[in-house]
Write a protein that binds this ligand. Structure first.
Ligand SMILES: [Zn+2]
Ligand SMILES: [Zn+2]
Length: 119
């Protein structure tokens, strides 16, 4: 009996599964707030149009949170010439700072820095 072909097939499938798992970390997503299709680049964790995010991480990037609540942008901080958007989960209240990305709607960021949500 020659198991070579079967083994090769199994290895290939394992590789495909691993590739899929990897791609899921830089997922494309549809913004649940404004419906924009966001192309994931591995860093994107919020919508560039309305700036809303989603509570998917326990630690940055791990996608381990069971909360899945929407995260509202509540204020903007400027640190060492970099903008950070402060998000708060509407479901559990968890707060997190996210670096603003180049694709972000800068007008929305400005608006948010002028009118932060104080709650
Ligand atoms: Zn959006
Ligand atoms: Zn949450």
């Amino acid at each position: 009996m020659n198991n070579e072909p079967l083994l090769r097939q199994l290895k290939m499938e394992t590789r495909i599964m691993e590739t899929k798992k990897f791609q899921r970390n830089k997922e494309d997503f549809i913004c649940e707030k404004c419906g924009l299709e966001v192309e994931g680049n591995g860093y994107t964790n919020h919508c560039p149009r309305c700036l809303w995010s989603k509570h998917v991480d326990v630690n940055p990037g791990d996608r381990q949170s069971f909360c899945q609540g929407m995260m509202k942008p509540i204020s903007v901080e400027l640190k060492r010439r970099e903008y950070f958007i402060l998000h708060r989960c509407v479901k559990c209240g968890y707060k997190r700072k996210n670096k603003m990305s180049e694709e972000d709607n800068f007008d929305a960021v400005i608006q948010l820095s002028i009118h932060p949500v104080n709650r």
